[in-house]
Write a protein that binds this ligand. Structure first.
Ligand SMILES: Nc1ncnc2c1ncn2[C@@H]1O[C@H](COP(=O)(O)OP(=O)(O)OP(=O)(O)O)[C@@H](O)[C@H]1O
Length: 335
């Protein structure tokens, strides 16, 4: 029976979300922690820790414990999950006692990487931990008919990875994962500003530039913005002016890599399912799907309609929460 002690977790490179079907979204925090460098204890997490990036004294280190969709620092991830479970329990008004958890893993993760995710969630207090492939969760969360003999194609553009999956009868029929997503775009902006202006900008500034004037590769009315960093030569703060045309060029390499993954997945799609994808289109999920003009650009280049999911940042976690309900219903029908 589904209850509030059944929770879905999207443990993402950029953001961690927790969902229960009864109460909906409980947690939506950046996957970032600030750690005391001597004791290795977490002093802040989530939004509070993200605000500290690039601004801490030497006694505090800000860490992103997941990289490319998998755990890079096991102990810190376990500590972070404990804090997240506590916060989720507070939001529910009751402590989460040994919940049953469904957590997503990238479809390209190795068995060792999957086991690490399962173990970290278990050590944070879960009784039972089930793993679910991210494209399947994203498809359920986006409201696609995954249990039917109709193929759905999902492109989930996250922070560390882009997952492309074709799903039919509740399973992944074809998939590709590439390490080109939001983080790679931010890094490309940092690199460009340093090379072009001799100015070093931080991650948060680069992400803000991408979100404000970043566009996928279609013509648009040019937008401008200012950004401040440190001049490499003088060491002094310097403000520069950037245009959306410049940033569009900077993002092109990541976008082309994502396009290659979509093409490669379509090429391995069984021919019987290709018609469904042409009829129903491709659904974009993940925060990277919010990049301006990305659906229009992909529609033009793959010649298949591409649509944005209703809540792209939440599709995966909603899918994990809903999948409890689906399996609960299946069990009832089987009785
Ligand atoms: N409006 C926007 N325009 C462009 N990118 C955006 C926008 N909003 C969020 N993003 C990007 O989306 C990414 C985070 O997306 P998401 O939360 O889906 O990733 P994640 O699930 O944590 O990562 P992964 O799936 O790789 O583990 C970040 O790189 C962020 O900069």
């Amino acid at each position: 029976m589904f209850s509030n002690s059944h929770i879905g977790i999207d443990l993402g490179t950029a953001n961690t979300l927790v969902y229960t079907k009864g109460k909906g979204l409980l947690i939506d925090e950046p996957t970032v922690v600030a750690v005391n460098t001597k004791t290795r204890e977490i002093v802040a997490f989530g939004e509070e820790a993200k605000k500290m990036i690039g601004k801490t004294p030497t006694s505090i280190e800000v860490i992103r414990p997941l990289q490319d969709g998998v755990i890079a620092d096991f102990d810190i991830t376990t500590q972070l999950l404990k804090l997240i479970m506590q916060k989720a329990g507070k939001k529910l008004g009751t402590s989460l006692r040994k919940p049953t958890v469904i957590v997503c893993t990238p479809s390209g993760a190795t068995s060792v990487e999957r086991r690490a995710i399962q173990d970290a969630v278990r050590q944070s207090g879960a009784k039972d931990v089930q793993l679910m492939e991210e494209p399947v969760a994203a498809a359920i969360g986006a409201g696609l008919p995954v249990d039917e003999p109709v193929a759905s194609m999902i492109v989930d553009i996250g922070g560390g990875t882009t997952e492309v999956g074709i799903i039919s009868f509740g399973g992944v029929v074809a998939s590709h994962t590439v390490k080109a997503a939001g983080d790679r775009m931010d890094e490309a902006i940092i690199h460009f500003v340093r090379k072009e202006y001799n100015v070093i900008i931080g991650e948060a500034t680069a992400e803000n530039i991408k979100m404000t004037i970043g566009h996928a590769l279609v013509p648009h009315a040019v937008e401008q913005m200012q950004a401040t960093g440190r001049d490499v030569v003088s060491g002094l703060p310097k403000t520069i002016h950037l245009s959306s045309t410049q940033i569009q060029g900077v993002l092109s390499e990541s976008l082309e890599t994502i396009l290659e993954a979509i093409r490669a997945t379509l090429e391995t799609c069984p021919p019987e399912l290709a018609g469904d994808i042409v009829d129903h289109g491709v659904i974009l999920t993940g925060g990277g799907a919010l990049l301006k003009d990305i659906s229009e650009w992909l529609t033009q280049v793959i010649e298949v309609p591409v649509h944005l999911a209703p809540e792209p940042l939440q599709s995966v976690v909603i899918g994990t929460g809903k999948s409890f309900f689906v399996s609960d219903r299946k069990q009832k029908l089987a009785k």
